[in-house]
Write a protein that binds this ligand. Structure first.
Ligand code: ADP
Ligand code: MG
Length: 345
């Protein structure tokens, strides 16, 4: 089915393989959140009478709450208030915010600082944040100056429910982890409502629970083509059951200057966007928050360190796609990725 490979991507794959689920009723929900879209498919069993209309408000209010906690684009969100907060004074946070920050700090330590939510001022400086786009690299002196206020070692947890900055002007950005958290939160809501078979996707980050008809859910991994829309060309198809998958890449959010690409994946240790040949990283993990953060981290770590890390981690697999000079791609798989890869599709 080679022609299918060229036509269907993530969303279309989801739709295509839903045909297999059609003998049971599918509830579909979609909308906008976190500056992107979400899609949910739920296989409804006979004994459930919840409809899309009745579910949508609870999903939307949950996502609204997360946006109000973690969106740097909202001046009154919890994160924006924290970013304006002075140093050395405890700032009380919600339990959800604390959970995400704790996970981010774990991954910061696990990746030797490749993943670092205090990257926020660099993200703004490079034109990938709330301050608006830019089309050429910033001055290197400016980069060094901004770099001096980046580092999760300056972010402390004080007591059970507060965060402190140990330097002024420390700011955080949860964009590399919040979508994954949102996916897990919606999956938790659906589980609590008694659904056993569903797929939740926010901006390409996914959690798949149970089955779609009689088989696992199938998710297409896009070819990392610069500027290509979701799902135009599929590089691999994954079969998932009771796990999450998240992808980070250099091909959707970037600018080009003098023939060089500068993407939104920034190495918080150098202050520069990554330039290590990695085009995308897809991580399969038990939960989407971890997968989301690790995919970003491995983009920064590069192929050798990234592959070593993913192979060391239990219950996690990865697919790294490298871009070579002639524009073709090379796939590198973690040790047991095969068991999730659908070879023929
Ligand atoms: P997407 O948001 O497209 O899914 P990612 O999950 O990789 O992509 O998140 C990238 C975003 O995370 C960037 O736009 C930036 O806001 C932030 N970011 C960039 N580099 C890092 C990093 N090294 N550690 C943590 N967050 C980062
Ligand atoms: Mg991420």
């Amino acid at each position: 089915m080679k022609s299918v490979k060229n036509v269907f991507g993530l969303y279309f794959f989801i739709l295509l393989f839903l045909v297999a689920c059609r003998q049971q009723e599918v509830i579909e929900l979609s909308g906008h959140t976190m500056g992107t879209t979400y899609h949910i498919k739920i296989i409804r069993s006979m004994d459930q009478n919840l409809t899309a209309d009745r579910l949508q408000p609870s999903v939307d209010s949950l996502l609204e709450e997360i946006n109000q906690q973690m969106s740097t684009y909202r001046p009154q969100s919890e994160i924006s208030q924290f970013n304006r907060w002075p140093d050395n004074q405890p700032f009380k946070v919600s339990s959800e915010f604390m959970e995400v920050v704790k996970k981010a700090l774990d991954i910061y330590r696990m990746t030797d600082g490749a993943f670092d939510i205090t990257v926020a001022p660099l993200v703004d400086l490079w034109g990938f944040g709330k301050r608006g786009l830019r089309f050429q690299p910033p001055d290197s002196l400016k980069i060094r100056k901004v770099l001096s206020r980046v580092g999760s070692q300056y972010l402390k947890i004080c007591g059970d429910s507060a965060l402190c900055k140990s330097i002024p002007d420390l700011q955080i950005d949860l964009s590399a982890i919040a979508k994954g958290y949102g996916v897990d939160a919606v999956a938790g809501l659906l589980k609590a409502k008694g659904f056993r078979n569903f797929l939740v996707e926010i901006g390409g980050e996914v959690y798949a629970r149970g089955l779609c008809g009689s088989r696992p859910w199938r998710i297409g991994v896009d070819q990392p083509i610069y500027g290509a829309p979701f799902g135009q060309q599929v590089e691999a198809v994954l079969e998932l059951k009771d796990c999450a998958v998240a992808t980070s890449g250099d091909y959707r959010n970037y600018f080009e200057y003098k023939g060089k690409i500068y993407s939104h994946e920034i190495d918080p240790r150098s202050g520069w966007p990554v330039a290590n040949g990695l085009a995308s990283v897809t991580v399969i993990a038990p939960d989407c928050m971890t997968g989301d953060a690790l995919a970003t981290a491995i983009m920064v770590m590069g192929v050798y360190q990234g592959l070593r890390l993913i192979n060391e981690l239990k219950d996690m697999e990865g697919l790294i796609i490298l871009r070579n000079e002639k524009g073709s791609f090379k796939k590198i798989e973690s040790d047991s990725l095969r068991k999730y890869l659908k070879v023929e599709y």
